[in-house]
Write a protein that binds this ligand. Structure first.
Ligand SMILES: Cc1cc2nc3c(=O)[nH]c(=O)nc-3n(C[C@H](O)[C@H](O)[C@H](O)COP(=O)(O)OP(=O)(O)OC[C@H]3O[C@@H](n4cnc5c(N)ncnc54)[C@H](O)[C@@H]3O)c2cc1C
Ligand SMILES: *[C@@H]1O[C@H](CO)[C@@H](O)[C@H](O)[C@H]1NC(C)=O
Ligand SMILES: *[C@@H]1O[C@H](CO)[C@@H](O)[C@H](O)[C@H]1NC(C)=O
Ligand SMILES: *[C@@H]1O[C@H](CO)[C@@H](O)[C@H](O)[C@H]1NC(C)=O
Ligand SMILES: *[C@@H]1O[C@H](CO)[C@@H](O)[C@H](O)[C@H]1NC(C)=O
Ligand SMILES: *[C@@H]1O[C@H](CO)[C@@H](O)[C@H](O)[C@H]1NC(C)=O
Length: 647
């Protein structure tokens, strides 16, 4: 059974990574995507409809995918829409759905990726998607003192590239941020963004399906986005919650405004299957005549009249051919925190000198990309256990029985969201926040980085983070594929600020992304404090009854340090510095006196007419949240603002 199971998992894997050639450095080779055509070819192409039919003869797995044909047997899109939205991600999907509630309004939704498939529905294989056709394989620029244990010393920043965006490849964790954090955003001058305001929009999307929270005034009941507990749990999550209570952290609904505490994982899942933004908001509305969705269509530029500074359309590439589409009312960028700022700059909106250096005519001088925050973690704090069936061991769970159980009932180990089981918010002793705001989130895992190792394991988690295999084996080889527990500490409010810049003026190049991780010593101190706290949790009876003992991992860069000293942990964190993929603020929202603002509190790009940015890139400061639910909330809220503008 074991062998057969692995074969099945391998088949799933092959399915999702087909067409991808990964070279030794872990880089994905992509076909040359720049557009080679002449103006004449473009003209000809625009007259032929076959470029827009949904059937893709080159796609072997077409039958497994969701489809978004143009409605009414339409062979090609219109040349003009009321709204053109770039990016069918977490925010873009809900925005498109809300705007097309009015049948008189037409929307074109451009998306570079393909629709999701049966495979992306499987929660337990979330870690697999980070190097597939469903991802943009971005890398952070090399920073000499972090990511030392990663391949080529570089951190990997995958993003979703699919109808549904990053919600098609993420870990499905549902979080909203603390009330104080949204109130601070509003107090900065961002009217309409207080906790009370955003709560309405969180609740509007949500269909709360969690036992015990039925009557919570903070949970939405009639939205489209199903939120539920993960049905499969290991005993380790109960140990985590109990240990938390012992150390003074009550078990709470961490998405309500209660005090800090711990709780079971709340996930964007429906009956054990991934609930992407596309599944919630686009799939049910695909028969709307006024909503045209074009997958595999990559926007390359926003068309802005340089005289009037009004956006009037979008240039995009599909099947290697260039097209233009006009927007009567507005162009909306929902391409996410990397591509939205990139597109703005390619279109002449950004830091003047920087654009000039790349030969881009400047239309508006704005601090695009000046601010970039991210949430990083240290995934290497592993505790060994003395019992044999406590944690999830992939090579044991990947059985045909379990897969069939999941297909049939949506539960069992295949339903686990990449083994994340619970969350805790803590405020470490080094925090100087005057309010009840946490500085660390702890994510309790039903295992650890070693849980998918061994001869039959996929090693997907470590590979998804692009961890150097030699460093990994040196540090964890002795405990690979055994029963372990970990909690990932996530630094919620880093003081270090990153930056995003263009590499060149080619829309198919990746921008340069500078994480600038751990450049402030307080960020390091907060990590060490969190690691100490996780050690304290592991020292309580609920974990000690399983014989929890810290694994003495040895990293090449840390040989000179004493195990468990502060220096050791700083070095360890700098070795396995892993992002949890919450890049924000590259198109920062702010009032007009904010020198770092790119969009106003109604998400309109400063200085440009009829152009908004609606996605996680507008979040102006760090929030205690994984950013999928916030991005969906932003899409909801923007839809109302746009409707108000045009009513
Ligand atoms: C591996 C991983 C795990 C994560 N886990 C979680 C989690 O558990 N919980 C959570 O809350 N958050 C998680 N996140 C983060 C969260 O999913 C994202 O922050 C959120 O989905 C971002 O939404 P968005 O609308 O801003 O952008 P996206 O959802 O990224 O949407 C942008 C869309 O625009 C498209 N696009 C980009 N450029 C172009 C172009 N030029 N033309 C056309 N289309 C374009 C992209 O293909 C994409 O579909 C995770 C992220 C990753 C990468
Ligand atoms: C991609 O194609 C363009 C145009 O044909 C060419 O100039 C460029 O060198 C190619 N790039 C690569 C990496 O092959
Ligand atoms: C749509 O347009 C028609 C004709 O202009 C009008 O009668 C109708 O009220 C409009 N519907 C909505 C929902 O605005
Ligand atoms: C494993 O767990 C099951 C219940 O989940 C229990 O019945 C069994 O005794 C355990 N086996 C071992 C070896 O601990
Ligand atoms: C694991 O360790 C704990 C604490 O030392 C002990 O009480 C327990 O019996 C051990 N369990 C096994 C299966 O050895
Ligand atoms: C360890 O210390 C020695 C002597 O102090 C030094 O030469 C060496 O470079 C250090 N190695 C590392 C990895 O820091």
């Amino acid at each position: 059974m074991l062998k057969g199971a692995s074969v099945l998992y391998t088949l799933l894997l092959i399915t999702i990574i087909f067409g991808q050639k990964v070279n030794k450095n872990g880089k994905i080779k992509r076909p040359n995507q720049s557009f080679p055509q002449t103006p004449l070819m473009t003209m000809l192409a625009q007259t032929i409809a076959p470029n827009f039919v949904q059937q893709d003869p080159t796609d072997l797995f077409d039958i497994l995918r969701d489809k978004y044909p143009l409605p009414n047997g339409l062979q090609s899109p219109f040349s003009e829409y009321d709204y053109v939205i770039v990016g069918a991600g977490s925010a873009g999907s809900v925005l498109a759905a809300r705007l097309t509630e009015d049948p008189n309004v037409t929307v074109l939704l451009l998306e570079a990726g393909r629709p999701e498939s049966l495979i992306t529905d499987v929660p337990s294989i979330a870690p697999y998607f980070q190097r597939t056709e469903y991802t943009w394989p971005y890398y952070m620029e090399k920073q000499p003192d972090v990511c030392l244990g990663m391949i080529n010393n570089r951190c990997y920043w995958p993003r979703g590239r699919a109808v549904g965006g990053t919600s098609v490849i993420n870990y499905m964790i549902y979080t909203r941020g603390r009330p104080e954090e949204w109130d601070r955003i509003a107090a900065d001058g961002n009217y309409g963004w207080s906790y009370a305001d955003v709560l309405n929009y969180y609740m509007k999307s949500e269909k709360n399906n969690m036992r015990g929270y039925e009557n919570s005034p903070y949970r939405g009941k009639s939205g489209e986005l199903n939120v539920e507990f993960v049905s499969f749990r290991t005993p380790l999550i109960d140990a985590f919650l109990e240990a938390g209570r012992i150390l003074g952290h009550p078990t709470i609904d961490y998405n309500s405004p209660e005090q800090l505490g711990f709780g079971y994982l709340q996930a964007t899942v429906t009956a054990g299957k991934r609930m992407s933004a596309a599944k919630a908001f686009l799939h049910p509305n695909k028969r709307r005549l006024n909503l045209h969705i074009l997958p595999m269509s990559t926007a390359t530029k926003v068309l802005i009249d340089p005289q009037t500074k009004i956006a009037n359309g979008v240039e995009y590439v599909r099947n290697r051919l260039r097209f233009e589409v006009k927007a009567r009312r507005e162009v909306i960028l929902s391409a996410g925190p990397i591509a939205s700022p990139q597109l703005l700059m390619l279109s002449g909106v950004g830091p003047k000198k920087h654009l000039q250096r790349h030969g881009i005519p400047v239309i508006e001088n704005l601090p695009v990309g000046f601010t970039l925050y991210d949430h990083i973690t240290f995934p290497g704090l592993v505790f060994t256990l003395n019992e044999t069936n406590l944690s999830i061991i992939e090579s044991k769970e990947a059985t045909l029985d379990n897969i069939i159980q999941w297909l049939q009932f949506g539960d069992g180990p295949v339903a686990t969201t990449g083994a994340a089981e619970g969350i805790g918010y803590i405020k470490t002793p080094v925090s100087n926040d005057p309010d009840n705001v946490p500085d660390m989130e702890l994510i309790s895992i039903g295992g650890s980085l070693v849980s998918d190792g061994g001869p039959l394991g996929s090693k997907a988690t470590r590979r998804g983070m692009m961890i150097n295999e030699q460093v990994f084996d040196g540090a964890y080889g002795s405990v690979d594929n055994t029963n372990t527990w970990t909690a990932f500490p996530m630094l919620l409010h880093p003081k270090s600020v990153g930056r995003l810049e263009l590499k060149n003026n080619n829309p198919f190049s990746h921008p340069r992304m500078y994480g600038n991780y751990l450049s402030e010593s307080s960020d390091v101190a907060t990590f060490i404090a969190a690691i100490r706290h996780i050690q304290a949790l592991a020292a309580t009876e609920p974990f000690q009854k399983y014989g929890a003992r810290i694994h003495r991992a040895q990293y090449p860069a840390c040989r000179n340090t004493t195990f468990d000293s502060d220096e050791y942990w700083e070095c360890a964190v700098r070795t396995f510095t892993a992002t949890l993929h919450h890049q924000i603020a590259t198109c920062r929202m702010g009032p007009d006196n904010d020198p770092l603002a790119v969009v106003d509190p109604e998400l309109r790009v400063y200085g440009i007419g009829r152009l908004r940015v609606v996605d996680s890139s507008i979040i102006p400061r760090t929030v205690s949240a994984h950013t999928n639910a916030p991005a969906i909330m932003i899409g909801e809220k923007a839809a109302d603002m746009i409707k108000r503008t045009w009513s």
